[in-house]
Ligand binder design. Structure first.
Ligand code: FPP
Ligand code: MG
Length: 291
């Protein structure tokens, strides 16, 4: 396990790098971009990268930090654009950027974040890392396109999990693959961490879907149906989703939670032979559960 002070110093370093890259490439949106990047965030993807580095016995050096920076910036870009697509009023318990400033400013803010991410990535000067990022960002986008094009259709469980993994797990897979590449991990470790990242990312999104579903902050109005609704619809094909009484269907959220638990158990199977992996997973789950 990474000592708490060490983890804090990694995050401090990441946040210094965020400020530096914005300062060096500032424009009229500088304060907006900093406001967004420093709004309440758990920095889960960078922490995921630090954990992977530690369990492989590596050092959090400049390349690892630039990877974490690029991943956090790309993730932030996807969130700004996601709130436009979902017409979300809230983000991280605060009014969303979209809600405050509208679609047009959100689109260019997302583009600004994406451009900064490319710049961070270029600092690694490593075509293999560039390829890993390109492939996984494309997968993220494909998950989102699949969700957008499939609105108001009810997918089956398998299709839903595939989309869930594509839109959310791909950036965790990206982090794991980059760490393995930078540390020269062998094929067995690459496979193990990649599969672990896929399962962990899927678990992460399912927990998010359950939370949004139970709080009424999901995307039913836009025709995006998450797993609790899919389970509900399977057993009640005649019922109309739009008028659903959430209190009556909490057991479908529970069924989704059971599925998420199965997935996270599987995540652990992938990495159980790696020393420190259990503690890493426990640390990540604790972080997810924190407010
Ligand atoms: C959150 O889903 C959104 C994602 C995981 C991915 C969004 C991706 C895009 C909008 C593609 C844009 C790509 C780039 C490179 C800018 P959610 O709506 O289920 O979660 P939420 O509750 O956090 O909103
Ligand atoms: Mg959303």
């Amino acid at each position: 396990m990474i000592p708490e002070d060490t983890l804090k110093s990694y995050i401090q370093n990441l946040e210094d790098n965020i400020r530096t890259i914005v300062e060096e490439n500032k424009n009229e949106l500088k304060n907006d971009v900093l406001g967004f990047l420093f709004a309440k965030s758990k920095r889960i993807r960078p922490i995921f990268i630090y954990f992977c580095t530690h369990i492989l016995g590596g050092r959090v050096d400049d390349d690892i930090q630039n990877t974490a920076l690029a991943l956090e910036l790309i993730h932030s870009a996807t969130l700004v654009h996601d709130d436009v697509l979902d017409e979300s009023e809230m983000r991280r318990e605060d009014v969303s950027f979209y809600s405050k400033f509208g679609s047009k400013k959100s689109i260019i803010l997302g583009d600004y974040l994406l451009s900064l991410a490319l710049l961070a990535l270029s600092k690694l000067n490593n075509p293999k890392i560039l390829k890993i990022f390109s492939q996984n960002v494309l997968k993220t986008l494909n998950g989102e396109i699949n969700q957008f094009e499939g609105r108001f259709n009810i997918p089956n469980e398998e299709q839903c999990l595939e989309k869930t993994a594509a839109k959310t797990a791909s950036l965790f897979v990206c982090g794991a693959e980059c760490v393995c590449e930078l540390l020269g991990a062998d094929a067995a470790h690459r496979n193990a961490l990649k599969n672990f990242a896929y399962d962990f990312g899927t678990y992460f999104q399912l927990k998010n879907d359950i939370k949004n579903f139970l709080s009424g902050e999901d995307d039913i109005k836009n025709g995006v149906y998450t797993l609790p609704l899919i389970y509900f619809k399977q057993e009640n094909p005649e019922c109309d989703i739009i008028n659903i009484d959430r209190n009556q269907i909490v057991n479908y959220a529970k069924k989704t939670d059971d599925k998420a638990r199965k997935i996270i158990k599987n995540a652990l199977l992938n990495i159980e032979s790696i020393k420190g992996a259990h503690q890493m997973l426990a640390g990540l789950i604790k972080l997810l559960e924190e407010k």
